[in-house]
Design a protein around this ligand. Structure first.
Ligand code: GLV
Ligand code: GLV
Length: 355
């Protein structure tokens, strides 16, 4: 191969591998057993010659790594994720490295996990499962694992981008929930969908669902029964849900997070869960992954899963393919933006050329 590309992890499927090796690329997939690679591990992988890297959200792609990649002749990096809070895009610009991410292919899969966590929390599925396995079921009782009915309740969505909108659509149409959303941008498509669905219900003699766009995030927290967080993590969304905001929520509300852990102040959340046994939470992400704040794992009113929101076979293979296309497009100079699989241009496409 004329080009050398490194993938810091093995990824699902073979399409991404074939795409690269059919195009004169010598692909090296890291076989290191430890889950999270350090900056030094990645510098060693990059070596003296490396045209591009496919990396993971667990890695710290800052000044040091982009400098190393640039020294090795590299011009392309793709995160295998839609979120890129682990990537310093300005540092990449400085070293002339194009940065890609993998949006689009994970929208529905991620929204489906947010919906799964919502149902699991509402119906106390995990607690009930543990109860069965512990051999505690000794007969049907009117009070056994009574949870919340979603129909007619209000789902609150904070961040109505692709994933937030898909989740809203699932909860409104699937469970006939009302919708209140907060986003800096109006989500016209989502509003049209909920309006049309409301008309459909009315035409069938059912109570139409109602929706509104909130003028503040606090309005969503105060009014919604199930709240799902879908913002991008940056300085403005760090600890977006803190002690004060938890206190605004209904005592029996359900909070879902499939975005990034630091969006919630997890210490405050653990305290809130302890004080409010009827408040429930469904978490896919944590503030200091892979760790949880002390006390969280002991809370029965928390459903917790290990950052698996995008983990469907179709999506993970799609993410790997997009990541490979991102890198390949840059190093081969393909018109990658015309590729039907390519939903977004490089994140720093409009950045000034390196000095
Ligand atoms: C996963 O968390 C992603 O951002 O794709
Ligand atoms: C991510 O794909 C989002 O915009 O929600």
């Amino acid at each position: 191969g004329k080009y050398r590309v490194v993938s810091t992890k093995s990824m699902p499927g073979t399409r991404w591998i074939n795409l690269l090796i059919e195009q004169d690329v010598r692909l090296e997939i890291c076989t290191e057993k430890k889950t999270i690679l350090s900056v030094d591990d990645i510098i060693a992988l990059i070596g003296d010659k490396c045209d591009g890297v496919i990396g993971q959200l667990t890695e710290d792609w800052g000044e040091t790594l982009f400098a190393a990649l640039s020294r090795a002749g590299g011009t392309a990096f793709s995160n295998m994720a839609v979120g890129y809070n682990n990537v310093d895009v300005n540092a990449a610009n400085k070293y002339g490295v194009a940065v890609g991410n993998t949006p689009g292919v994970l929208t529905e899969t991620t929204a489906e996990l947010a919906a799964s966590l919502s149902l699991a929390a509402a119906r106390r599925i995990v607690e009930a499962d543990e109860f069965m396995r512990a051999g505690l079921y000794d007969g049907w009782l009117p009070h056994l694992f009574v949870g919340n009915l979603l129909k007619g309740q209000t789902v609150g969505v904070i961040g109505a981008g692709r994933i937030g909108s898909a989740y809203a659509r699932m909860m409104v149409e699937g469970f006939k929930m009302n919708l209140i959303y907060y986003d800096l941008y109006q989500s016209t498509r989502l509003e049209k969908f909920v309006t049309a669905y409301g008309e459909f219900l009315k035409a069938n003699g059912e109570t139409p669902v109602y929706w509104k766009r909130a003028s503040s995030m606090d309005e969503v927290l105060r009014e919604a029964d199930v709240i799902s967080l879908h913002p991008v993590l940056d300085k403005t969304t760090y600890h977006l849900v803190n002690k004060e905001r938890l206190a605004m929520m209904k005592k029996e509300a359900i909070l879902i997070n499939c975005s990034r852990g630091p969006v919630i102040d997890e210490v405050a959340l653990v305290e809130h869960l302890k004080q409010n046994p009827m408040f429930r939470v469904g978490l896919d992400v944590f503030e200091d992954e892979p760790y949880m704040k002390p006390g969280l794992a002991e809370q029965k009113n928390a459903v917790i899963v290990p950052h698996i929101a995008s983990a469907s076979k179709w999506t993970r293979e799609g993410m790997a393919t997009l990541a490979a296309l991102n890198v390949l497009g840059k190093i081969k100079g393909y018109p990658i933006w015309g590729d039907p699989n390519r939903v977004e241009p490089f994140l720093n496409e409009n950045a000034p050329p390196p000095a």
